[in-house]
Design a protein around this ligand. Structure first.
Ligand code: HEC
Ligand code: HEC
Ligand code: HEC
Length: 115
């Protein structure tokens, strides 16, 4: 019986630590993507993580790092508008067509005007 209890305590501890680590690595809830001349793009990161589950839908293309997209564009590893066209607006359009909750598809709804 004592053994059983220790086993339970141990597994709760291990499980709990796993959750804490997952939270540490999930990045910010809200972030802003560098939108170049067109204006930056506010991005509800956590909402996408919750809705899409699979991090690699996005992070197979760019690493889990703030500024990664702009960096890769500067290095010529990503074309301008590639993430926008092949990920953001493409998915939003498809979801909308399927009648699911989706995100913006018009310029001004994503890009903040420059002051
Ligand atoms: C819909 C796309 C998308 C999904 C899905 C997504 N992310 Fe991100 N993530 C981004 C973008 C965009 C950035 C910022 C990149 C940039 O600034 O160039 C980012 C940045 C990050 C960062 C860096 C934060 C920082 O402060 O430097 C971490 C960590 C991260 N993501 C973790 C995750 C994890 C873990 C998951 C899955 C649970 C996930 N992301 C799912 C788009 C996504
Ligand atoms: C769902 C959000 C979203 C919508 C809608 C959107 N954009 Fe973007 N756009 C982005 C993101 C994110 C980036 C940065 C990543 C990239 O270059 O793919 C970007 C990048 C760009 C760039 C490249 C800027 C640079 O200096 O590299 C241009 C130009 C641009 N958008 C124009 C437009 C125009 C024009 C429209 C409307 C037809 C539009 N965007 C609609 C999110 C969006
Ligand atoms: C694979 C699908 C997918 C990709 C890729 C994706 N989104 Fe979305 N986006 C969604 C869905 C689904 C929602 C609706 C979420 C909800 O309402 O819970 C959404 C909602 C949004 C919203 C509105 C959130 C709100 O509070 O109404 C914004 C802004 C947005 N996305 C920006 C972006 C940008 C910028 C990118 C590219 C970096 C992107 N999304 C990539 C699926 C996607």
């Amino acid at each position: 019986m004592k053994r059983m209890i220790w086993l339970m305590v141990a597994s709760i501890m291990i499980f709990g630590t796993g959750i804490a680590i997952a939270e540490l690595n999930s990045g910010p809830e809200e972030l802003t993507i560098d939108g170049g001349d067109r204006g930056n793009v506010p991005f509800p990161h956590r909402k996408h993580q919750t809705n899409l589950k699979d991090c690699n839908i996005c992070h197979a293309v760019f690493p889990q790092k703030t500024g990664a997209i702009a960096e890769m564009k500067a290095q010529g590893k990503l074309k301008q508008k590639d993430v926008m066209n092949k990920q953001c607006t493409k998915c939003h359009r498809n979801e909308k067509k399927a009648g699911n909750p989706s995100g913006p598809t018009t310029c001004a709804k994503c890009h903040m005007k420059k002051g």
